[in-house]
Ligand binder design. Structure first.
Ligand code: ADP
Length: 408
């Protein structure tokens, strides 16, 4: 092997020239470099290798020196290699070999492994040589393919999940539509049933009243009791039917929206409750109430039910009811607070459900529909309703109404 000089063009020293470093140091560096180096002459004969190259290819240095570099090229590309090498020697420059292609090298045992190769022309007094720096990229390739696989796995899972979500969304949409349909059918049924029941009930009520007027006290005590009970049951059924009708009308009737001073809503509700208010000695206090956009009849019904309950479920002292409103997060927050009997915590979740009541007819008559109507009215206006209560101290019902009404 001749003495070498790095890419120098004719410095003429005949030694490896790398500035101030002596050849011995350079050689030691060359040998201990963590990269495999193989240098070949123009005929492709190996003229120099380092330790790492021996390790990488599994050849002893003596088995490489003077042999063709093609021995390190996989069989499949061995045939084309001399041509490529020839081209390189015609226009030598420092560059990567086989840019854009996957390169492989071949070990002594014939096994192949992926490599990255840097080429560097070296001119010496003995002619042009090429130094190849060869890095085994098996590990990197492994990581790359693991990464690719992970990416593909992820893409597949995202795709599967997207399909699954789309399917669930379809199912949900179908279920929602079915629910909406059955809700509407149920509402219609409730409306028709309660509406149609009214007229036969009116005649039953008429006849029983006639019976009572004509025969009370004329048959015997048992008959009087039965007639009284029948009249009571009919009254109760009428109340139920009225409330059911009101409940189903919340959504089934189209009410027109208008700008309303909420104080008027309260006044309308209070005038409907005149008798129980007078009878109970209730005191009702109103704070400043805003103007809202809504369906007047429904809002009156909401306030009527809440104040009516506050009066009905009073404790021993006369009811004291406070109605207030304040702005909170783009909404009006209304509260109706009483000093009544209160509601135990375990029942508080369920009282907005239809027919859910906590008292017998004897204690407090009612149908269990009032708060269900309240909830429906508030939801219809885009708000929320809830309550807080302390048994024995009182209850506060809160509901929100948007400051600006959503378009219908
Ligand atoms: P109803 O009054 O016809 O029973 P509601 O739906 O209006 O039906 O009320 C459901 C239940 O909630 C009532 O039976 C009552 O037990 C309870 N409740 C409602 N409002 C109040 C209140 N202001 N104070 C105490 N309990 C109440």
């Amino acid at each position: 092997m001749g003495d070498l000089k790095g890419d120098s063009r004719g410095s003429g020293t005949g030694k490896i020239s790398a500035g101030p470093l002596p050849e011995k140091t350079l050689r030691a560096l060359f040998e201990s470099a963590p990269l495999a180096f193989v240098m070949v002459d123009q005929s492709g004969t190996i003229v120099m290798v380092n330790n790492e190259a021996e390790k990488l290819f599994g050849f002893d240095r003596r088995e490489l020196m003077g042999h063709s570099v093609e021995e390190l090229v996989p069989l499949s590309s061995r045939e084309h290699h001399p041509g490529l090498r020839g081209n390189y020697f015609e226009a030598p420059e420092a560059r990567r070999m086989g840019a854009g292609r996957d390169l492989y090298a071949c070990r002594k045992d014939g096994s192949e492994f992926p490599v990255e190769i840097g080429l560097k022309p070296i001119r010496t007094d003995d002619g042009l040589f090429v130094l190849s720096a060869i890095a085994d990229i098996t590990e990197r390739k492994g990581l790359e393919s693991a990464l690719l696989k992970a990416k593909e796995d992820l893409e597949r899972r995202v795709e599967e999940r997207t399909v699954e979500l789309a399917r669930q969304a379809d199912e949900l949409r179908a279920a929602n539509e079915a629910l909406l349909r059955s809700n509407m059918e149920l509402q219609q049924f409730a409306y028709i049933a309660s509406h149609d029941l009214q007229s036969p009930l009116r005649s039953i009520s008429g006849f029983v009243q006639l019976l009572q007027a004509e025969y009370e006290g004329r048959i015997d005590e048992q008959a009087d009791d039965w007639i009284r009970r029948t009249v009571d049951s009919i009254r109760r059924m009428q109340a139920l039917i009225q409330d059911l009708l009101a409940y189903s009308r919340v959504d089934s009737r189209s009410h027109s929206r208008e700008t309303i001073a909420f104080r008027e809503v309260v006044d309308d509700a209070l005038s409907l409750l005149e008798a129980p208010i007078l009878e109970s000695g209730a005191r009702i206090v109103c704070g400043d109430l805003p103007t809202v956009v809504g369906e007047r009849a429904l809002l009156v019904q909401l306030v009527h039910n809440l104040i009516g309950n506050a009066v009905k479920y009073r404790a021993d002292e006369p009811p004291f009811i406070r109605i207030e409103a304040r702005r909170r997060g783009g909404k009006w927050l209304f509260s109706v607070k009483d000093n009544g009997i209160g509601i135990e915590a375990k029942y508080q979740q369920r009282i907005f459900e239809i027919f859910h009541r906590l008292h017998s007819q004897g204690e407090h008559p009612g149908t269990g529909i009032g708060l269900a109507i309240c909830r429906r009215v508030v939801h219809r206006h885009g708000g929320r309703i809830w309550m807080r209560s302390e048994p024995g101290k009182g209850t506060v019902f809160c509901f929100t109404l948007p400051e600006r009404q959503r378009p219908e």
